[in-house]
Design a protein around this ligand. Structure first.
Ligand SMILES: [Fe+2]
Length: 202
């Protein structure tokens, strides 16, 4: 494992969660659908917890959480762009558009967040038994992995259905993803991991 790179990566992951909090706060200002508001309130709370969890991970591993890395600067710039998009949409006075732009913004942000946590899971599995980094990351990963699957999967459902409604199609609210929970992404992920091990072995 490249320790220096792992340290910058964890700073980037923390910055992603910090940006996520701001993005959910702004998205809630754009939300009109009551069920969507409830879901985003819940995801905002969970994202705040993810910030604490990653801060704690960094503390345990002796990583300075305030250090500026190129990666964390880029993550922040992306979050600022998404915040700006929501602001522009709100200022246009078109509330339908603002809600869609917000759903897309959280979907964008959660994609990166999900990737980070997938990698944290991989690093923890790759670490040798008894390795402190592996243990710390594994504990954090177990606390958030299901929530991250849900955030990315459900938000994509909301973005699609809000668009469908806006395009004049019959939309399904809440999106069917809500009934599926995280069954679909979990199945896909376990297939990917199986395939990944197979290809590593060959
Ligand atoms: Fe998160």
């Amino acid at each position: 494992m490249n320790q220096e790179q792992l340290e910058s990566f964890l700073c980037e992951a923390l910055e992603t969660e910090r940006g996520g909090v701001q993005i959910y706060e702004a998205a809630l200002e754009c939300a009109e659908n009551e069920e969507l508001k409830d879901e985003w309130e819940e995801y905002l709370e969970q994202t705040r917890e993810h910030v604490d969890i990653l801060q704690n991970v960094c503390k345990q591993l002796g990583i300075d959480t305030e250090q500026e890395t190129t990666g964390s600067q880029i993550v922040r710039a992306t979050a600022q762009a998404l915040l700006r998009n929501m602001q522009v949409a709100r200022e246009s006075g078109d509330s339908t558009l603002a809600q869609i732009v917000a759903a897309e913004a959280v979907s964008h942000a959660e994609l990166k967040d999900h990737l980070n946590w997938q990698l944290i899971g991989l690093v923890s599995k790759e670490a040798e038994k008894g390795d402190r980094v592996g243990e710390v990351l594994q504990e954090a990963y177990e606390q958030v992995e299901d929530q991250e699957e849900e955030h990315v999967f459900h938000n994509q459902g909301w973005a699609r259905e809000l668009w469908a409604e806006c395009l004049g199609m019959e939309a399904v609210f809440p999106p069917p993803e809500e009934k599926l929970g995280i069954k679909v992404p979990k199945k896909a992920e376990s297939e990917v991991l199986k395939q990944r091990s197979k290809q590593q072995e060959s």
